[in-house]
Design a protein around this ligand. Structure first.
Ligand SMILES: *[C@@H]1O[C@H](CO)[C@@H](O)[C@H](O)[C@H]1NC(C)=O
Length: 65
């Protein structure tokens, strides 16, 4: 598979995860949800985000980019 396509996919995935976290924080700021719900929603995205970031790092390392 093309490395540029792979990188863009990873970066877009990470951007979506961060965008979702930002949306949760904006909801919290506007008082649509309480802080506990906001933090449990954000907590659920933290582990997948770290895993994607880690796999991305390993792939970049292996392909010597
Ligand atoms: C979210 O994660 C933090 C850090 O691990 C923890 O302190 C907090 O209690 C968690 N929040 C919820 C709602 O699970």
């Amino acid at each position: 598979m093309d490395m540029a396509f792979l990188s863009i996919s990873f970066i877009l995935t990470l951007l979506c995860l961060v965008g979702y976290q930002l949306l949760c924080l904006m909801d919290l700021e506007d008082d649509y949800i309480n802080s506990y719900d906001s933090s449990s929603r954000i907590n659920r995205t933290v582990l997948p985000e770290f895993i994607v970031q880690g796999v991305f790092c390993v792939i970049l390392f292996i392909t010597r980019h």
